[in-house]
Design a protein around this ligand. Structure first.
Ligand SMILES: Nc1ncnc2c1ncn2[C@@H]1O[C@H](COP(=O)(O)OP(=O)(O)O)[C@@H](O)[C@H]1O
Ligand SMILES: [Mg+2]
Length: 472
């Protein structure tokens, strides 16, 4: 239940008490209007734009009634990009009669003189969530759960800060030991971001950040994950940053490039360990002939769709189709297992003890049942190999054409990819060299997806995947 009417104390002379400002049909309608304009401007909103979204309110729980007040909302909006359907989003709204300047950038709008803002940016309100997990709070339909082995979570001074690298979701770091990832778009059903990490942590895997708790509710009579609290790997660098540093070092021969090959090899080993543990936790089996044919059919269909969007791809169609057609004719069996599903350099952290994988949610655009399904482990390998290519080429995009730099970048990519594959095979992963035809098909499939993505969202990056496809 919410904190209740007993705690409605307010600073004297500061307008209506929080519940009066927050609750009731009129302010709620006003808040929804504000959110309708605010939501489409958020980084994590699919099909961002300026048009207000048409919102309906799915759930509304007051987590703190006194100022600063905290209201937990789930709203539903029609999906603009990606076709039909509606999507549910989680928004935590803070309310203060006086908004400190440090929170101005989080402002959603004002209602009756009370500022409403994105509460995750308010350390005091983020602390309400952390304490909720620590105390295993039940609030309305919201359940806060602490893992049995979690360390002491209570903090003296609230110090939560939103991580700058806001992508699909919003993460808040407390001190330097825990991170709370609050999901933005909600999907009913077991969420792999918790399911996988939990299972791997139970196996004692060092390749995931230890989960400490989570927040959940129900939607469509199914549990839905709202947030995950885990161990924060302080001082770790993400793979994308390390790779870019190394690529920039190309201008200074003998420095960064060699260092990254060693890291790429370790990353390959860590990835193989991750896959071994995923297979141990969730099982695996060989693909049937019918499944192989379906996989190829799906790849071919996606290529046809992609050519409709980016006709330039058509010039490479024959080679891509031939690579896909090779898949059902593979000699050995192809094994299936749970995979990461959205594996790239931005999803791995180099911690002092080695590489750690993050963000097992998979690609949010893909239905949850498919994300939780089995796939060839080499799909993750293909994702990472493409990511090396991105890291190297991204530095060249938009710059002056420099043949020798482009050559060095190609050499860096090849060296990093070879080191990654060698590490992967050495640590027990399916040897990428022995599965070259499947890896080629999966890598091209990924690149075709990237071509459409860049065409739609980042046209200046389109030459990266198109260049790969042209040369493959
Ligand atoms: N346990 C952690 N320790 C340190 N940094 C982390 C941790 N988890 C996430 N991060 C940082 O936050 C970023 C976003 O996390 P991620 O789980 O990938 O969320 P999103 O779904 O928003 O992409 C990561 O790229 C990483 O830099
Ligand atoms: Mg991520």
């Amino acid at each position: 239940m919410s904190d209740g009417a007993a705690r409605t104390a307010r600073p004297l002379g500061q307008g209506p008490s929080a519940p009066a400002a927050l609750a009731g049909p009129e302010p709620t309608a006003a808040l929804l209007d504000l959110l309708a304009a605010w939501l489409p401007r958020q980084r994590w909103f699919p099909g961002r734009g300026d048009q207000p979204a048409e919102l309906s309110l799915i759930s509304d729980v007051t987590l703190q009634a006194h100022y600063p007040a905290l209201r937990h909302l789930i709203v539903e909006a029609p999906l603009r990009s990606g076709g039909a359907g509606r999507a549910r989003f989680q928004v935590l709204v803070g309310c203060r009669p006086d908004l400190p300047s440090s929170l101005q950038s989080a402002l959603i709008g004002s209602i009756q003189g009370v500022a409403c803002y994105d509460a995750l940016h308010d350390a005091e309100l983020a602390d309400v969530l952390l304490r909720g997990i620590s105390e295993q709070r039940l609030a309305g339909q919201l359940r806060f759960v602490r893992e049995p082995g979690a360390p002491h979570l209570a903090r003296g001074t609230p110090d939560g800060r939103v991580l700058g690298a806001e992508q699909s979701n919003t993460s808040v770091v407390f001190g330097d030991h825990v991170i709370l990832k609050m999901l933005r778009r909600l999907f009913p059903g077991a969420n792999p971001d918790l399911e996988v990490v939990d299972a791997l942590a139970r196996l004692g895997s060092k390749r995931v950040a230890t989960p400490y708790g989570w927040i959940e509710t129900d939607l469509d009579s199914e549990p839905v994950l709202l947030g995950v609290l885990s161990q924060f790997l302080a001082g770790a660098s993400d793979g994308w940053t390390l790779a870019l540093d190394s690529v920039r070092g190309l201008a200074h021969p003998g420095s960064g490039a060699a260092a990254f090959a060693a890291e790429a090899r370790l990353l390959g080993q860590a990835t193989a360990e991750l896959h071994t543990d995923l297979a141990a936790a969730f099982g695996g089996r060989d693909m049937t002939a019918a499944e192989l044919a379906r996989l190829t059919g799906a790849m071919q269909a996606k290529l046809s769709d992609a050519i409709e969007v980016v006709p330039e791809l058509g010039g490479h169609e024959a080679r891509i189709r031939a690579a896909y057609d090779a898949v059902p004719r593979l000699s050995g069996p192809v094994s299936l297992q749970r995979v990461h599903g959205d594996y790239h350099l931005g999803q791995v952290l180099r911690a002092p003890h080695g590489w750690v994988a993050l963000d097992f949610e998979g690609e949010p655009a893909v239905p949850l049942a498919i994300r939780r399904g089995l796939a060839p482990a080499l799909r993750d390998v293909a994702g990472m190999l493409r990511s090396f290519d991105y890291a190297a080429r991204h530095e060249l995009v938009g710059g002056p054409a420099d043949g020798s730099l482009a050559e060095q970048a190609s050499a860096w990519v090849a060296q990093s990819q070879d080191a990654f594959c060698a590490g992967y095979a050495a640590a027990g992963g399916a040897d990428p060299a022995a599965h070259a035809a499947l890896l080629r098909a999966l890598t091209l499939e990924k690149a075709v997806y990237e071509v459409v993505y860049e065409y739609r969202h980042r046209p200046s990056w389109l030459p990266i995947p198109l260049g790969f496809v042209a040369a493959a």
